[in-house]
Design a protein around this ligand. Sequence first.
Ligand SMILES: *Cc1c(COP(=O)(O)O)cnc(C)c1O
Length: 483
Amino acid sequence: MAITTKVTDSEEYLHSTFASRYMRAPVPRFKLPERSMPKEAAYQVINDELMLDGNPRLNLASFVTTWMEPECDKLMMDSINKNYVDMDEYPVTTELQNRCVNMIANLFHAPVGDDEAAVGVGTVGSSEAIMLAGLAFKRKWQHKRRSQCQPFDKPNIVTGANVQVCWEKFARYFEVELKEVKLTEGCYVMDPAKAVEMVDENTICVATILGSTLTGEFEDVKLLNQLLSEKNDETGWDIPIHVDAASGGFIAPFLYPDLEWDFRLPLVKSINVSGHKYGLVYAGVGWVVWRTKDDLPDDLVFHINYLGADQPTFTLNFSKGSNQIIAQYYQFIRLGFDGYKNIIQNCMENARVLREGIEKTERFEILSKDVGVPLVAFRLQDSSKHTVFELAESLRRFGWIIPAYTMPADAQHVAVLRVVIREDFSTGLAERLINHLNQVLKEMDTLPSRMPVTPNPNPPKHSHQDIIRYWRRLVDHKRNGVC
Ligand SMILES: *Cc1c(COP(=O)(O)O)cnc(C)c1O
């Protein structure tokens, strides 16, 4: 049995007893080793260390795909050495990406003529897609302000406080103020009316989420479109909408085709979706689509000329793998509309089984909705003795990785558990999880409360170590949901 351990006298080396068959010296942890090692040894050392990672299939924290068909795995392995950016050399891969963009634009009802190409691009994920969409809004707003001889140095974006962290990144990296609509207990998505109250002449767009990361709930894009158009009419502004459909973009078209959230609404100018969430591809692919080419300012697009044809590009990175794009195309033609619909319906059904099992314990309040992303978000009705953080920790014993977190402002006092249902989460697993949850609840009832003692709000001045220890305690205290 091979184990990697920390060397007690120095933490700089990795030991591997098994690999001593191949080598004698430990591997330095933070320095490039001076000598090479046999390939078998390198494989063994890394493989062993990786055993300590969680099992991705039991990682119920993530929306990101953890299973694909072996045929697709093969296609991906076959193209693992293809750099996507070499469009000249790999024109077919470029063509596959363009087909994917057009299929997605069509799914989202972009007004694209028969002999026109949709405007969009494959990205590393929704985060890159959101950076690009945000940049397009910012640049467009700046052009307009400049042409009107108005100041253009204080752009802002309006979102709900429930936005995914990538929006905060966008705001900070690209110097746009993020104006967040606060949540309230019982309402964990952006209220469109409050969002519209917050917009002003410096608002580059309102970003709304189809499938809030916290509860899976869809925000009301149609109502937002209506209220914002009224506001635009009143003020003469033309503030647009971006839909962050990272997870919901591959749910709504299949399950709720009549729900209007996409380019059917005139103010929706761009939409992002994660190919690696319900697009059913492994981590590393996302998409952003614009309504028309007028919504993407020309000066952000670089033109690469290949084989005499013009290939416009708009991405943050230059080189990247092409296998995710190929995998996305595989899923599109392999599954088709019906295939996606069946898989998503199945996920919803498993979410229902899990939700009912959780309701049956009579210990939880369910926060996720019937319409939305297939997940179950729930909170303890009574957390005076034990918290969802303890529950998550206890479930870890069985291998389940279930996140527990507190809601953003102004609902910070609400702490929830969230189970995301992916394609590879079967009804059998759902039933097993319910059993384990019941077992853990029963155990917890027999245990004394682990509520921490309130830390002293005015710690005496102490050493650096003391201060760190104090902050750790504060953070633990907060994580236990008492603050
Ligand atoms: C996952 C997610 C993101 C970030 O997407 P990545 O594809 O992981 O970069 C952004 N917004 C929402 C709503 C998400 O669920």
